[in-house]
Write a protein that binds this ligand. Structure first.
Ligand SMILES: [Cu+2]
Length: 346
């Protein structure tokens, strides 16, 4: 099989050639949602709407159900990254059955971290704004959407930014890059990245904060970015691709041969995103400063240190409070270091 050079450069993954399965003839490229053409973005939204168009419980509802049902193996657990990679792939296959040209985009929320609520993601053209009365999302592509879980009765999709009207900052690019570079093995990387991923869930609020978060289609954009961060980290060294370990939420040790429930595959099967069951890679984004919501000066992003995640929520997610606090301190140091020394004093 001949590997398309165009795809290799789009993916920008140094080790790509070694990872590509020969059966992977058509490598799909997941793009940052702002870098997509309006037409391909609309096709992605349309496919999701079709998935949620049948009577409840429908094909879209099963993702929130899976996420609730497998909460304790998919969170605060070594399987956090492979489990969500497989969930994303199943969802993407469902969309591709509706429109074969659709791939799941990612949302680089770290670039919007200083003022997330002003992100173009939260616009009437894309995912809509904060919830209105009754917290219901009333504008954007998924305005007045009907979702099913957890009550098993159709109800509106909700958002409530930081339990009020606006979104406070979350972790930005310097913080996330610190986790990537400071993690010498999978366990450190997974524990490090699960916390800042949680700030996004907790901040957006409404349906996005509890275990039925796949009700809000932001879920796919958010987890696609988390998956990209893992893919980028995997590509950083030859040892990282199949690096795995740490603990399950029940205290047992993780290994590549364990089952990845409920899909009948092994956890290790979900590591190479260029194996024949996956065949996708991530394109770096191509947007400019104008498309980013955080305030900037001298061409440098402003990055702030977010409020710590609440202890009750960390526990609800099966995560370890001491661990999360340690990584929060590390990321805060990285943010301070990354600040431009010429920053205007306030
Ligand atoms: Cu999850």
């Amino acid at each position: 099989m001949k590997l398309s050079l165009a795809v290799v450069s789009l993916c920008a993954v140094a080790q790509l050639a070694n990872m590509v399965d020969a059966r992977c003839e058509n490598i799909r490229v997941r793009q940052e949602i702002r870098s997509m053409s309006p037409e391909s973005r609309q096709r992605f939204f349309n496919a999701i709407k079709l998935l949620n168009s049948g009577a409840h419980p429908n094909a879209h509802d099963k993702y929130a159900e899976l996420h609730i049902k497998h909460a304790t193996l998919a969170h605060g657990d070594a399987r956090f990254l492979p489990w969500h990679r497989q969930l994303l792939r199943e969802f993407e296959k469902d969309l591709q059955r509706i429109d074969p040209g659709v791939n799941v985009p990612y949302w680089d929320w770290a670039r919007d971290s200083a003022d997330p609520g002003a992100s173009p993601i939260f616009s009437s053209e894309m995912l809509g704004h904060n919830g209105g009365s009754g917290e219901c999302v009333v504008d954007g592509q998924f305005a007045n959407w009907s979702v099913y879980w957890p009550t098993q009765t159709p109800h509106c999709l909700t958002r409530k930014f930081d339990r009020g009207n606006s979104l406070k900052p979350w972790w930005g690019t310097n913080a996330i890059n610190h986790i990537k570079t400071a993690s010498s093995d999978y366990d450190a990387f997974r524990r490090g990245i699960e916390g800042p991923h949680g700030n996004v869930h907790f901040g957006i609020g409404g349906d996005f904060t509890p275990m039925w978060s796949p009700n809000d289609p932001i879920f796919w954009l958010h987890h696609s970015f988390v998956d990209k961060l893992w893919a980028d980290w995997q590509a950083e060294s030859g040892n990282n691709l199949y690096s795995y370990g740490g603990k399950h939420s029940d205290g047992t040790s993780a290994n590549l041969n364990e089952p990845l429930t409920p899909w009948g595959i092994k956890t290790g099967d979900a590591f190479n995103h260029l194996s024949d069951k996956y065949c996708y890679c991530y394109a770096p984004h191509s947007f400019t400063g104008d498309d980013i919501s955080g305030k900037s000066w001298n061409g440098t992003m402003v990055e702030v240190i977010p409020e710590p995640l609440p202890e009750w929520w960390i526990k609800q997610q099966n995560m370890n409070v001491t661990d999360v606090r340690m990584f929060e301190a590390d990321m805060a140091a990285a943010v301070r270091e990354g600040q431009n020394p010429k920053s205007p004093a306030h």
